[in-house]
Ligand binder design. Structure first.
Ligand code: ACO
Length: 318
């Protein structure tokens, strides 16, 4: 059967910029520390909700695909920061973009969510259950940050990226994928009391908590190893990779992973200086920018890899 292909892509970055220098006024940090330890210079902060960012990116992807929203069968929003638990961000997007016929669901695998969603969408199309899917990664992470905590508040940003997947191609598409999780390490990166465990009787808001150095080490291992395994599954070699698009968590994580894979900088997509870590949105935003910059030609081999809360990890050869 024909392979599902990405036929459209888009992104939405809110206009408000929070620079490293701005953060110096909010917490005990410096532009120099953030730049040298993470590679980040600025990030975006959204004044609208996650589903608004998602819908804007989704509309752009639909326009690029030349597809009427009523042609969609399924909307998936990968997010760990939905507007509400009910309805899902995907249901809100379905209404906002006018995808009147589509089913809608959220998928939470934190920063690995977009690749998880890519696998779900691809496999549902291949199974014949749906024909056209709008897959979006969208986050409004700043809502869950404590701006007095310098260890976490400098790392994250808001944004959304989207793709349309259609039963379209003769070959290509998703060649291999791997999805993984280790729930025993859940506490090293989490947003406690953000769900049913709550903050009874207080106005306190849930905040991101993270053991940074442990996450760093496990991210390099998991992204590098899963990228190698998907290439092996696809019967392809590292020399054939045109562009590696990693989750944009930290420049040092990306450089260490690329070194592990033996990929030079010309084959690695990096855009975190402008946006920080946008969790599930980071890979689709980076993919959209790589396409805009002409770094992805027809027939190119892409390898995507991500790591995040859960712990989760995922990789794809596309
Ligand atoms: N500004 C200034 N100093 C800081 C800051 C800051 N923003 N943050 C930490 N420091 C200090 C620490 O207090 C420490 O000081 P000390 O030596 O006096 O105790 C020193 O800097 C070193 O701290 P480390 O935590 O060891 O710094 P490290 O080099 O490991 O960098 C970082 C920290 C950037 C968080 C890194 O560990 C990292 O990127 N980890 C992975 C993060 C990540 O990817 N998380 C998200 C996954 S995505 C998801 O699922 C949501």
């Amino acid at each position: 059967m024909p392979a599902p292909l990405i036929t459209g892509w888009g992104k939405c970055l809110p206009p408000a910029v929070l620079s490293n220098t701005d953060l110096e006024a909010l917490t005990d940090t410096t532009d120099d520390w953030i730049s040298t330890r993470t590679g980040m210079k600025e990030r975006r902060v959204s004044h609208v909700e996650t589903s608004d960012l998602a819908a804007a990116a989704g509309r752009e992807a639909l326009a690029a695909a030349g597809l009427d929203p009523e042609g969609l069968d399924l909307v998936i929003v990968a997010t760990c920061t939905p507007d509400r638990l009910v309805p899902s961000a995907a249901a809100l997007v379905q209404q906002k973009v006018g995808a009147t016929r589509a089913a809608a669901m959220d998928l939470n695998a934190a920063c690995s969510g977009f690749i998880y969603g890519l696998a779900v969408a691809d496999q549902m199309i291949r199974a014949g259950a749906v024909r056209r899917v709008l897959l979006i990664g969208a986050e409004k992470l700043h809502f869950f940050l404590d701006f007095s905590d310098r260890a976490t508040s400098v790392l994250f940003g808001d944004g959304a990226g989207a793709v349309v997947l259609e039963e379209a191609g003769e070959d290509g598409g998703l060649l291999a994928f791997e999805l993984g999780a280790d729930g025993t390490a859940a506490e090293i990166l989490c947003i406690p009391q953000s769900g049913t465990e709550g903050f009874p009787g207080t106005e306190r808001r849930a905040r991101v908590q993270m053991e940074g150095p442990t996450v760093f080490r496990r991210a390099v291992e998991a992204m590098g190893d899963s990228a190698l395994r998907v290439l092996e599954k696809a019967g392809l070699g590292l020399d054939e990779v045109d562009l590696f698009i990693p989750h944009q968590a930290n420049l040092r994580i990306i450089e260490a992973t690329a070194r592990r894979l033996g990929l030079d900088a010309s084959r690695v997509m990096v855009n975190l200086a402008a946006y920080g870590n946008t969790s599930a949105a980071s890979i689709p935003i980076a993919l959209a920018e790589a396409l805009e910059q002409g770094r992805v030609r027809p027939g190119a081999l892409l390898v995507l890899a991500a790591f995040g809360g859960g712990l989760t990890w995922a990789a794809a050869a596309y």
